[in-house]
Design a protein around this ligand. Sequence first.
Ligand code: APR
Ligand code: ZN
Ligand code: ZN
Length: 374
Amino acid sequence: MSQQVKAVVARAKGAPVEVVTINVPDPGPGEAVVKVLSCGVCHTDLHYREGGINDEFPFLLGHEASGIVEAVGPDVTGVAPGDFVVLNWRAVCGECRACKRGDLHYCFNTHNATQRMTLAEGEDAGTELSPALGIGAFAEKTLVAAGQCTKVDANARPAAVGLLGCGVMAGIGAAINTGQVGRGKSIAVIGCGGVGVAAIAGAALAGASPIIAVDIDAKKLAKAREMGATHTVDSSGSSGVDPVEEIKRICAEVYEGADGADVVVEAVGRPETWKQAFYARDLAGTVVLVGVPTPDMKVPEIPLIDVFGRGGALKSSWYGDCLPSRDFPMLVDLYQQGRLDLDAFVTEEIGIGDIEAAFDKMHHGDVLRSVVIL
Ligand code: APR
Ligand code: ZN
Ligand code: ZN
């Protein structure tokens, strides 16, 4: 059996997305069908539609979602019909060497639902869809692995908590899980888009101070301050400020003798900003690269003696090193208590037909997240 629902599909490279009818099959063993309530529009969706991820068109887009479990397949014990859940990209196995070591995002055996949702209309009806990041949630209903569903407080606002499924979790986790910031530690965040601002919110939650926001765009810095930044640094050429020196100055003002921040999160994904992060961290400090570089980018030339001399750790953060079953309910709880402002990330709620317009707005930089309500 399968059912037909409305969904947003990218049929061909670069072509505008379309709202079409798709077939969603019943869940098989270890799977769940989720009635989607909200799904954020992320840069990655645009990358899929531009063919930047792979060419397995047609794609079923959308991956920052919340919803209600409608049905589960055989052998599913973790979630049940009626549960309010936030979706994650991949279910980890919990048993491979990477999982046992605690490096969940390097799991050898992550899995999604078996790909078998199909187009239900057009000349290509019957064609199998590739769900973006193994989710595909710009759809009234979607088929996922049950392990991709994490039950959270059912009273929480779907549009807000669904964002934990991708960018917001990546940012908060980069600060807290990967960077291990906390009380008595300083942090600088370079790049204050959705991911960077989430890192700032995470650092604020963890009690870090100072929290230094760095961006080339003054609007972004204003938002960063609302989300918990204690200091802002305009690093556009026109400001005349060297962001590395400025971070060092601010940290030394708070902690005598500091030569930079304990943790620097790079949330742009470029060699020059990574180099700033490298030199802006204190001796023995940590650099966390959460911005995603393109394949042609190279590690900037840095004297090896500086790597030796500064010590510390050069890390990257995949999905904020999150453990969805631990982090999603905790962050939803903090949101419900008013201690984490997830609403601030929801710039607008839109309909399923408004995704191309949301892609346009992403380029103008005024939107943290447009969230589709289904
Ligand atoms: N120095 C400082 N900030 C910069 C610089 C720079 N040289 N160049 C760009 N920025 C800022 C932009 O002004 C913007 O505020 O970086 C921010 C990037 O934000 P977004 O484009 O909104 O991206 P975001 O969704 O936050 O993702 C950041 O992480 O997930 C990845 O692919 C994503 O690489 C991207 C990064
Ligand atoms: Zn995303
Ligand atoms: Zn594993």
